[in-house]
Design a protein around this ligand. Structure first.
Ligand code: SF4
Ligand code: SF4
Length: 211
């Protein structure tokens, strides 16, 4: 569905993702409580979730201001649970996405309101919506959300066009992901654009597709 963004149809993918997210975090939190520990389920609230996800080894921070995961690219919704359950923990893991962003400006170019920076990571903030004191790509949230409001739907064009927005159950996409993490990244970026990935699918054509 995200191939159809921006559209009301693609909002279904967003809603479905958050619905699954809620069911998963609430179920796991209840399971932990049944073991006798404290567990508080949380989605996009209470603390900033992307840094935690990076710390947990789930992916890398992308220019578009979202987590880019190895398995699903930026096409994820994140949940978290605060708990005193004793746990082992993972560490940050890189697969090349952050470096790929250095040569790929596609999300910044395609964003209709230019809410995504096309330069180097910096300490620049746009409003109180950005955290301060971190050297990173910061999104202009007011421009972004203003666009959503203007069209009465959500957007996610940046997710649609991101070269990591692929179905990695296919071996050729896994091979391309590997190559994108090597010095071949500029070639892979060129190929991605050349082959037409990230183009919008009209909602009426989505309904005719299988699966
Ligand atoms: S969601 Fe749309 S408006 Fe917001 S940053 Fe992404 S492309 Fe730009
Ligand atoms: S579109 Fe390109 S620059 Fe933007 S997050 Fe994806 S890989 Fe990085």
């Amino acid at each position: 569905m995200l191939r159809t963004v921006p559209s009301a149809l693609s909002g279904t993918a967003t809603g479905l993702g958050y619905s699954h997210d809620a069911a998963v975090v609430v179920s796991i939190a209840q399971y932990i409580r049944n073991l006798g520990y404290t567990a508080i389920a949380s989605m996009n609230d209470t603390s900033i979730v992307v840094p935690l996800a990076i710390k947990a080894g789930l992916g890398e921070y992308g220019r578009l201001g979202l987590l880019i995961t190895k398995e699903f690219g930026p096409r994820v919704r994140l949940g978290k649970i605060y708990t005193d359950l004793p746990l082992t923990f993972d560490k940050p893991a890189r697969f090349g996405a952050r470096k790929f962003c250095d040569v790929c400006f596609r999300c910044a170019t395609e964003c209709p309101v230019k809410a995504i920076p096309n330069g180097e990571p910096s300490y620049e903030v746009h409003s109180d919506a950005n955290i301060r004191g971190v050297n990173k790509w910061s999104i202009h949230a007011e421009k972004c959300f203003g666009f959503w409001a203007a069209q009465n739907s959500d957007c996610s064009i940046c997710i649609r066009v991101c070269p990591y927005n692929k179905d990695y159950s296919k071996w050729w996409h896994r091979a391309a992901r590997w190559a994108a993490g090597t010095p071949l990244r500029r070639l892979m970026h060129w190929l991605d654009v050349r082959m037409g990935y990230g183009r919008r699918l009209a909602p009426k054509d989505w309904w005719g597709k299988e699966g």
